[in-house]
Design a protein around this ligand. Structure first.
Ligand code: NAP
Ligand code: GLV
Length: 306
């Protein structure tokens, strides 16, 4: 069995070593143009040329949860695309979102500013009931985030494409229930995949439906946010702030207003990192299962785009 590794912005050697150790019977090599046909591929944003040269792939294993970049490419007809299914990302996402939420709710930035100015001052405690948290996307990551937020006694709402039932979470589904979800939410967390249906979903019209003093946490993809609409609603006071981990162009271009806006906290696409060892173990297990003809979790539906 031959495995081709084709991941941009990724140090190949530790992955190759890990995959070889986990799949001792396989030949695992970094792809270069003209390389022999492989059975499976381990990829992150591969060039179209790679896919064009590998028409016989059976499995394409994306080393992240989001497959939006892959879905823009022409894929070999017989290949199943498989995303990382948690692999240690869900707990990271839960801690990141809870941190952003609590930092905002408890006004920790304001306290830090006060302390920096030598001020020992108190703010009035805020009521959790006034900070309902709406989570867009109740998949592998969104459901874990919803459960974590619930532990802090915030009202939690969730929105997905198909109906879900999660204890302690008021669930909404589909386009027809989107507005009802938005108007009840004050903090909006985005954990949707980026698809033609979800692109630009955080636009002026939708963000304006959030409760006054709304707060946005985008940990999915930059393409979900219309940058100028978010800025307009922050500047007119409807939104109190935003934590943004992902951007339309990454790295965030120099001079982009998100770098320095006083109501925006940014991080460099780091809310849930791919963990190499966990991911290698998961991918190797799935390759072996596929070779035995078994179904595996995390197979992407190209029609849905996630
Ligand atoms: P997932 O398991 O595929 O879950 C996606 C969720 O979005 C599902 O609940 C799905 O609904 C819902 N959804 C999809 N299209 C929708 C639509 N049109 N309307 C309403 N709901 C829709 O994905 P995941 O593993 O949770 O990951 C989510 C995203 O997080 C990834 O796609 C990736 O872009 C992003 N991510 C970011 C980082 C980071 O470091 N910033 C790390 C990992 C992942 P159904 O349940 O009904 O299908
Ligand atoms: C990271 O953004 C991922 O999709 O895993």
């Amino acid at each position: 069995m031959r495995i081709a590794f084709c991941c941009t912005n990724t140090k190949a050697e530790p992955w190759l070593q890990g995959l070889r150790a986990a799949l001792p019977g396989a030949t695992v090599e970094e792809w270069a143009p003209g390389a022999p046909q492989a059975d499976h591929a381990v990829v992150w944003t591969p060039p179209q040329q790679f896919l064009d040269e590998q028409p016989g792939l059976r499995g394409i294993f994306n080393i992240g949860a989001g497959v939006d970049a892959l879905m823009k490419l022409e894929l070999p007809a017989g290949a199943q695309v498989v995303r990382i299914d948690d692999g240690g990302m869900a707990v990271q996402m839960a801690e990141f979102v809870c941190h952003a939420l609590i930092r905002h709710f408890r006004e920790l930035d304001a306290y830090e500013d006060d302390i920096a100015q030598g001020k020992w001052s108190y703010r009035k405690p805020r009521s959790r009931a006034e900070f309902p948290v709406g989570i867009m996307g109740l998949g592998v990551l969104g459901e874990r985030v919803a459960q974590a937020v619930r532990q802090f006694d915030f009202p939690v709402l969730g929105w997905s494409r198909t109906p879900h039932a999660i204890e302690g979470v008021e669930c909404f589904a589909g386009a027809q229930q989107f507005d009802a979800f938005l108007v009840r939410s004050r903090v909006l967390v985005c954990l949707l995949p980026l698809t033609p249906q979800t692109e630009n979903i955080m636009n002026r019209g939708n963000l304006a439906k959030l409760q006054p003093g709304g707060y946005v946490i985008n940990v999915a993809r930059g393409g979900h946010v219309v940058d100028e609409d978010l800025l307009a609603l922050l500047d007119n006071g409807h939104l109190a702030g935003a934590t943004l981990d992902v951007f339309r162009t990454e790295p965030l271009p120099a001079g982009h207003p998100f770098w320095s806006h006083p109501k925006i906290s940014t991080t460099p696409h780091t809310s849930a990192r791919t963990l190499r060892e966990e991911s290698i173990a998961q991918i190797a297990g799935k390759i072996l299962a596929m070779e035995r003809g078994q179904a595996v979790a995390g197979v992407v539906d190209p029609q849905r785009g996630y």
